[in-house]
Design a protein around this ligand. Structure first.
Ligand code: SGN
Ligand code: CA
Length: 532
């Protein structure tokens, strides 16, 4: 635990900061607490941040994010509590699990009486800002500056609202990822330089339906991306929910909306697809120049589809290629914009007194198990990318400790020298940043997904993970009725990293199963979980 050393201009300075940085960098002023920049994208998979070394990242590098990782710590076991946007954002803002902060599902629940860490920082003299996707079902609390997108936000010419627009969302010309960076820089330009700041840069990209910036519409046109090992998972050993989800590329990824073949929108069977009007609405928002470039780019895809007429497995593979290309094009702009923000920080001497965090609101399936989207406690959606660059700490480290999105609020308070309120469930990550794991660091993580019935039809489940094993419990529906589910899965991530072999009930794993079950029961009791 950091100790408060002294007060400076009403601000508390953490002892750790002073010891860690003493004599290292003159510009890490002992008088001023560190600034904080939390960059959070929406649905960015760790598989596509090239510092993680996965196949997709190798073909579509993210040099600016990799450089950030090289200057800081790359977390390889960073997770969310509930793999969905608003719940993740509520975990971030409160340091609480979903059932504690109220935001269990996508569209409902936040308990607005809960304190946001931004409010606490503000009370302690920080200037606070949030730009981009807010997506909480309440007004921004504890922010001096905000420029937030409406709901999920649009990629092209999106609506933003700020203090100046009197509660109205106003359409802005441009591409969301770049506009969001513009607003981040606008805040930095106009802040009071005598105060520390905490800036949340929340990108909408690369959220569905993965609409790239004009200049990248042809990037990766000639690249054939590799298929994940589990692309043809038949869910043979799994419980029912893996079979009944609605997020398979083969039968749930749509031609018009997801793959942008707008020319098919009036034809059967495509006119009955999910959200068929969504693509047209997105095109209608574009100005003439944007629209011309867009339509020319996807005309090529349409012609390829019409001439090659892929079907069956060939069609699934074709869809996968188009999906991955668009997704990675969106990532390319994110990487550029992280670079642009870093350039600004360098030019304004802010690198040595600003903690920079990069993460996503959850992970995403890049075809693993045949899927897109998220929600499940399987690794690709449970895990997120996480990089922390902390001035004065060792660089280029990798971390394997279990960390979770409820840890951000306590971390940011810790950086500001503010003691964690006792009600917060998360734990500050600052002690990990020297590369040593504190002896009492957590051995288990708790996960809980609630959003059923809902789009993609992933059943409710909770579960526990340690450094090697994972136990998942699917539940819900009335006993005896058709949709009732009450089923468990156990995975050994060391021997089976793809989570293909459900070991639940296997006598060879009885001891592990009992140990994880006991831990799950302990979480449910200690955290007063009220459904499972
Ligand atoms: C939208 C998407 C879904 C996605 C949810 C939640 N459909 O509903 O595919 O799972 O958001 O995403 S779309 O047609 O509107 O794109 S989250 O990131 O906000 O949790
Ligand atoms: Ca998301």
């Amino acid at each position: 635990m950091n100790k408060t050393l002294f007060m400076s201009g009403g601000l508390i300075v953490p002892a750790l900061l002073l010891t860690a940085c003493a004599g290292q960098k003159e510009s890490v002023s002992a008088q001023k607490p560190l600034n904080i920049i939390h960059i959070m994208t929406d649905d960015h998979s760790y598989q596509t941040l090239s510092a993680y070394g996965h196949a997709l990242g190798k073909l579509a590098p993210t040099p600016h994010l990799d450089s950030l990782a090289a200057q800081g710590m790359l977390f390889r076991r960073a997770f969310v509590e509930n793999s969905l946007s608003t719940p993740s954002r509520a975990c971030l803002m409160t340091g609480l699990y979903s059932h504690q902060n109220g935001q269990r599902q996508l569209g409902a629940g936040i308990d607005t009486t809960k304190t946001f860490f931004s409010e606490i920082l503000q009370q302690h003299g920080y200037q606070t800002a949030v730009v981009g996707k807010w997506h909480m079902l309440c007004e921004p609390k504890g922010f001096d500056y905000y420029q937030i997108l409406w709901d999920q936000g649009e990629y092209y010419n999106p609506e933003f609202k700020s203090r100046e627009t009197n509660g109205k969302y106003v359409k802005r010309e441009g591409y969301a990822t770049k506009l969001t960076t513009d607003y981040a820089i606008d805040f930095l330009e106009h802040r009071d330089p005598d105060k520390p700041f905490c800036l949340l840069v929340h990108q909408k990209a690369p959220h569905r339906n993965w609409m790239p910036e004009e200049k990248y519409l042809h990037l990766y046109d000639d690249v054939e991306f590799p298929y994940p090992e589990t692309f043809y998972d038949d869910y043979a050993t799994r419980c029912e929910p893996a079979h009944t989800q609605e997020m398979r590329i083969a039968d749930r990824m749509t031609m018009v909306y997801d793959l942008k073949l707008n020319g098919l929108k009036d034809q059967s069977p495509y006119k009955d697809e999910w959200n068929v009007g969504g693509m047209q609405a997105s095109i209608d928002r574009m100005d003439d120049a944007q629209r011309r470039v867009w339509e020319a780019a996807y005309e090529g895809r349409l012609q390829e589809f019409l001439s090659e007429k892929p079907a069956g497995d060939e069609l699934t593979r074709w869809k996968y290629q188009q999906y991955i290309r668009d997704y990675l094009r969106c990532i390319k702009t994110i990487d550029d914009e992280v670079g642009r923000l870093m350039d600004y920080l360098k030019e304004h001497d802010l690198m040595d007194n600003t903690v920079i965090v990069y993460t996503s609101d959850q992970g995403f399936y890049m075809g693993e198990h045949g899927w897109f989207d998220k929600r499940f406690m399987y690794e690709e959606s449970f895990r997120t990318p996480l990089i922390i660059r902390y001035p004065g700490k060792k660089q280029g480290l990798e971390n394997y400790d279990l960390v979770q999105n409820i840890d951000y609020a306590p971390t940011y308070l810790d950086i500001a020298g503010i003691e964690k309120p006792s009600y917060m469930s998360g734990t500050s990550l600052v002690p990990l940043l020297d590369g040593e794991t504190p002896e009492d660091w957590r051995q288990y993580l708790y996960y809980h997904y609630y959003d059923y019935p809902a789009i993609h039809m992933v059943r409710r489940h909770d579960g526990v993970r340690d450094s090697r094993y994972k136990l998942i419990h699917f539940y819900g529906g009335k006993e005896g009725q058709r949709d009732a589910v009450n089923c468990n899965e156990l995975y050994d991530l060391e021997n089976d990293p793809n989570e293909l072999h459900n070991l639940y009930g296997d006598p060879a794993y009885k001891e592990t199963q009992d140990r994880l079950q006991q831990q799950l029961d302990r979480f449910r009791t200690d955290l007063k979980v009220d459904e499972f």
